[in-house]
Design a protein around this ligand. Structure first.
Ligand code: SF4
Length: 436
């Protein structure tokens, strides 16, 4: 039987133009990794920054199935270097899978290493606990709960609304566990605020601003579930926009403001911009028409794919094409039973979508699909998509960008192997290096 090591090395040699770091990173993101107990954190009381569960679970098991990792959180991210593949510095978001062939543990010399099939393949660095996580809001809430940072501290992730109004099997996106994640944290008795009050967000940002003295944090993302009616008496543009308005009034220009929201009509998009947001992520999720209809039934019913795409193009007139960065969930194209059966078909479809947007100056980006077990697609596809799909996607992504004269999108920090900090896919690790 082919081992995972054989698969990884075969793809590294077939696709030498894709950085080796990206092959390992994609494999960790799609399939998760296990942690020895000794490599877990002491939650908010230790020296290592714990996983914040900033929006989705991004785990391959539910919390009650994670064992010690449910009591002592894993780190938010790890950084890989060295080893037999001579990896340059690679930041990877942590997705727990107790049965993964990848495991973080200590070697005979007490050094923290990443093991694949039992062989050490990289040194592992852990994110230090940021000074701002050691402070609490006046009401006792932690900064990690209200304003966690990811991407090695670059991005403040503000999930203002922790559930989605697309609810239940007929509306929820088939790969998304936002609603389940909210339920499981509540059931575990963890603090998990459904709607974050604006003044709490400002207070948490104040703490970050005060203690982030080397200014690692450069951007904030406002996001959460879709709003099809109202929250706090506000529709989606005003609900998310009011946070940006308050942040920009209090800390003008301190961070780049981004919003991940639905593809809204142009007047709403204009309101986002007027509130001070500079980058808009109206995610298109999956390119193929049939798969979009099947996987995003709520979005299809309320908006529809063609209108969704039209709105993405319209938003370029408000934000400028370079500041419209719609996400897709890389890998769901191949999810059984409805997805493409071959990697080539899936890549061709994804490439059509990339060309559609990139030829108009809009640069999509992607997160690597984590098949969470409580989602319909995750349940049916616990292994996720083939690693070859993810590697070939990196290749076609860069080629389509080059063909359209585009460079790495704004708001993601430095690009290039050894420099990127974007942790939930390796597209930034694969693009040409930019100055940090
Ligand atoms: S719109 Fe879909 S992907 Fe977004 S939060 Fe709701 S269910 Fe999840």
């Amino acid at each position: 039987m082919t081992s995972r090591t054989d698969l990884v090395e075969e793809l590294m040699s077939r696709f030498p133009q894709v950085p080796r770091e990206a092959v390992i990173k994609e494999d960790l993101l799609r399939g998760g990794l296990a942690f020895d107990d000794a490599a877990l954190t002491d939650n908010e009381n230790g020296t290592v920054k714990p996983k914040s569960y900033f929006i989705f679970s991004f785990d391959h098991r539910t919390l009650p199935e994670l064992g010690t990792a449910a009591l002592r959180r894993p780190p938010e991210e790890i950084v890989l270097t060295g080893g037999p593949y001579e990896l340059r510095r690679t930041v990877v978001s942590v997705r727990i899978n107790p049965s993964s062939p990848y495991r973080v543990g200590t070697d005979g010399d007490g050094r923290l290493r990443l093991f694949l099939d039992g062989r050490p393949i990289a040194d592992v660095g852990l994110p230090p606990m940021p000074a701002y996580y050691r402070h609490t809001l006046a009401n006792g809430k932690s900064v990690m709960e209200v304003a966690p940072t990811i991407q090695w501290g670059y991005l403040i992730y503000l999930t203002a609304f922790r559930v989605c109004q697309y609810f239940g099997a007929k509306e929820e996106c088939q790969y998304c566990d936002i609603n389940h994640n909210w339920r499981q944290h509540k059931q575990a008795g963890r603090p998990y605020t459904g709607v974050k009050p604006v003044d709490e967000v400002l207070e948490a940002l104040e703490i970050i601003d005060r203690h982030d003295t080397d200014r690692a944090s450069q951007a904030y993302t406002l996001t959460g579930g879709s709003i099809t009616s109202q929250v706090d008496g506000l529709a989606e543009a005003d609900f998310y926009g009011r946070y940006a308005q308050a942040i920009e009034e209090r800390f003008p220009g301190r961070w780049i403001g981004k919003v991940v929201a639905q593809a809204l009509p142009r007047a709403d998009v204009q309101r986002f911009h007027d509130y001070g947001i500079r980058i808009y992520h109206p995610n298109y999720e999956v390119w193929d028409k049939r798969l979009f209809e099947l996987y995003c039934p709520g979005k299809e019913r309320y908006v529809g794919r063609e209108e969704w795409h039209r709105r993405i193009l319209d938003s370029a007139e408000v934000f400028g094409a370079g500041n419209v960065i719609p996400n897709f969930v890389a890998g769901i194209e191949m999810a059984a039973p409805h997805g493409f059966a071959s990697v080539s078909e899936a890549i061709d479809s994804t490439a059509t979508g990339l060309e559609y947007f990139m030829s108009r100056g809009i640069t999509p980006r992607f997160t690597t699909w984590c098949p969470e077990p409580t989602t319909p697609l995750g349940r049916a596809n616990p292994e996720g998509a083939p690693l070859e799909y993810h590697v070939r996607l990196l290749e076609v992504y860069r080629a389509t960008m080059d063909a359209n004269g585009l460079s790495s999108p704004p708001g993601y920090g430095p690009a290039g192997p050894g420099r990127a900090v974007f942790s939930v896919s390796s597209f930034m690790d694969t693009l040409p290096a930019t100055p940090s």
